[in-house]
Design a protein around this ligand. Structure first.
Ligand code: FMN
Length: 146
């Protein structure tokens, strides 16, 4: 099992365009046993992908050249023992969530981009960051995560 985290800047997308990305992603990921989480905040994406290494890396090559975003930067990659998002073909967290719910994720994402030295706050390369994202998703419930 392999995982990969990257960040990128969205190319001014409408809600419909983001929904289309999610639909495409979930269709493909379902069929190829890929799971993960996509965070869309303040015009940037952070995505966590997990699955078979070859499939994850091939998918990342496709995602990397997708014109719907740019400045795709790989933050971390490596082998993992088990999945974090085993029940999500692609979980989604965005500003559309009730503010209080997203506040926590926002707090953790922002320093990574603005104050790289603030290592006290878990950033998207840490397991703690994605555990917090998962807790948030569990709190909101599956029906409501899009
Ligand atoms: C931010 C972002 C995240 C994406 N995540 C996935 C994903 O998890 N799975 C997927 O199949 N496609 C994802 N895509 C779409 C791919 O870039 C690509 O459009 C898709 O794999 C279809 O490529 P193809 O038409 O060459 O097969 C994502 C695109 C963007 C912009």
């Amino acid at each position: 099992m392999y995982n990969l985290v990257y960040k990128s800047i969205a190319n001014s997308l409408t809600t419909a365009q983001v929904d289309e990305i999610l639909k495409e992603s979930r269709d493909f990921n379902d069929k190829h046993d890929i799971t993960g989480c996509l965070i869309y905040h303040d015009g940037f994406f952070v995505q966590y992908l997990e699955g078979d290494a070859e499939i994850v890396l091939a998918l990342f090559e496709k995602i990397r050249v997708d014109i719907r975003h740019y400045e795709v930067i790989l933050l971390s990659q490596g082998n993992i023992y088990s999945r974090e998002f085993d029940t999500w073909s692609m979980a989604y967290l965005s500003d559309k969530l009730p503010n209080e719910a997203f506040q926590y994720i926002k707090l953790m994402v922002s320093p990574e981009f603005e104050i790289p030295d603030m290592s006290v706050i878990p950033n998207p390369t840490s397991k703690r960051f994605w555990l917090a994202a998962k807790n948030l998703l569990n709190k909101i419930g599956h029906d409501n995560f899009n």
